[in-house]
Design a protein. Structure first.
Length: 417
């Protein structure tokens, strides 16, 4: 039985063949069945879209925005200027995009021009009001020397004006000058830096003091060893205490710029008129001091800072102090101080100085010297008891804001030069 059976695959193949023959026969009979037409296609040719051309990415502009750090500024300069060799030290793009200042001179005396840049920085919490960084690159080097990092360089109008390269010490090679500023919550203090190359390192030969608060101008006059630097500033907000414009003059001597003169604007406040008279007294110029003290008494054109700042009347204390000092200066000249002492007691409106005048008279009469008179007055002024602290009271009388610290102490009232 098994030999006569068709295998499963062969049976299936036979059935398919029969079906195909039947289909062919149907198509051949008198057109009773129509041949299936071939599938049609759209005769309209399909358009071939061109492959879009992708534009190459533009080269990033290294000066697209003001740098936020010295590192960004250095990288931007390096990208813009390229390696060492001849280069345009101050291309317009650098000035316009970064508002940078540029300078060029030979600082290392090798016959090649060197370049320096003052570049503003975007530092929200910077130590300076107009934070910047200074770079210098010599003609033979690819290295950018950095000065006043961390935003200490000053790109304010005063900082831009003092920035440059010129001979400031009379020796071969130019010096790099810039302004460095450090700000507290109340005031910015600025110093002019003068960097010179000594053959092995940079050295600052600028002013060695603490700087000028609220600087508004710094100017060099002349060149080399004969040059002078004038710096003005010091005019602060009324909250700082009474302030006035001050100009300092520096000259080059013994290897750096040294202070040779300080000039103050005329007093606007009574307090400064007292300060000026005190300076004459401290210099032993007693006649001029007496004239200055007398001139400020009753001068209503001199403003009372304590009254302006809501701290009560300050004029009585300052005028009472001036009357007391007139008495002391008169005695120091070898003249009879009786009339001046009487005026201090009679006309003074601050009791602490009227009593001090009485004590001065007692000591002076008992021992016949100004020193003895001042010793007696100072003992009273230094009195501390259960009901009175005279030194603390005097400190309050002469508290004229943080711009005028330290104030006077009781020991300063009758101090002789």
């Amino acid at each position: 039985m098994g030999g006569r059976r068709v295998p499963r695959e062969k049976a299936l193949s036979a059935l398919v063949s029969v079906a195909l023959l039947a289909l062919s026969g149907c198509r051949a009979e008198g057109g009773r069945a129509e041949a299936t037409p071939p599938a049609t296609t759209d005769a309209t040719p399909t358009a071939t879209l061109p492959t879009p051309t992708v534009a190459p990415s533009p080269t990033p502009d290294p000066l697209a925005r003001i740098p936020a750090s010295a590192a960004e500024a250095r990288n931007g300069l390096q990208s813009l200027l390229g390696p060492a060799g001849p280069f345009d030290a101050c291309p317009p793009h650098l000035r316009h995009s970064w508002n940078a200042s540029c300078a060029s001179a030979d600082v290392d005396n090798d016959g090649l021009p060197d370049a320096a840049w003052l570049i503003p920085l975007r530092i929200p919490a910077a130590p300076g009001a107009a934070p910047a960084v200074v770079f210098l690159r010599t003609g033979r080097s690819e290295k950018f020397e950095e000065f006043a990092g961390g935003g200490l360089a000053d790109a304010s109008p005063a900082g831009e004006a003092i920035f440059g390269m010129a001979d400031r010490d009379g020796l071969p090679g130019a010096e790099l000058t810039y302004l460095a500023s450090n700000c507290s919550a109340a005031v910015c203090t600025s110093t002019v830096r003068v960097q010179t190359w000594d053959g092995t390192a940079w050295r600052d030969i600028g002013p060695g003091d603490d700087g000028v608060p609220a600087l508004n101008a710094a100017v060099f006059q002349g060149a080399g060893r004969s040059s002078r630097l004038t710096v003005s500033g010091g005019k602060l907000d009324i909250a700082a205490g009474p302030t006035r414009l001050t100009m300092r003059t520096y000259e080059f001597a013994a290897g750096r710029y040294r202070l040779v003169q300080t000039e103050h604007a005329l007093p606007e406040y009574l307090y400064h008129a007292v300060v000026d008279a005190d300076a004459l007294f401290a210099a032993g110029k007693f006649e001029q001091a007496i004239t200055a003290y007398r001139g400020l008494i009753g001068d209503e054109t001199l403003k009372d800072w304590k009254k302006e700042s809501g701290q009560g009347e300050g004029r009585h204390a300052l005028e009472g102090y001036a009357r007391f000092r007139i008495a002391v200066a008169t005695a120091a000249l070898g003249l009879d101080p009786t009339e001046a002492i009487d005026a201090a007691i009679r006309d003074g409106k601050e009791v602490v100085f009227t009593i001090a005048a009485q004590e001065f008279r007692r000591g002076f009469q008992e021992h016949g010297t100004v020193l003895a008179g001042c010793a007696a007055a100072t003992r009273y002024l230094g009195t501390v008891s259960g009901t009175a602290d005279t030194p603390a009271y005097i400190a309050r009388l002469f508290n004229y804001g943080y711009a005028n610290q330290p104030g006077k102490t009781y020991q300063d009232i009758c101090r002789l030069p």
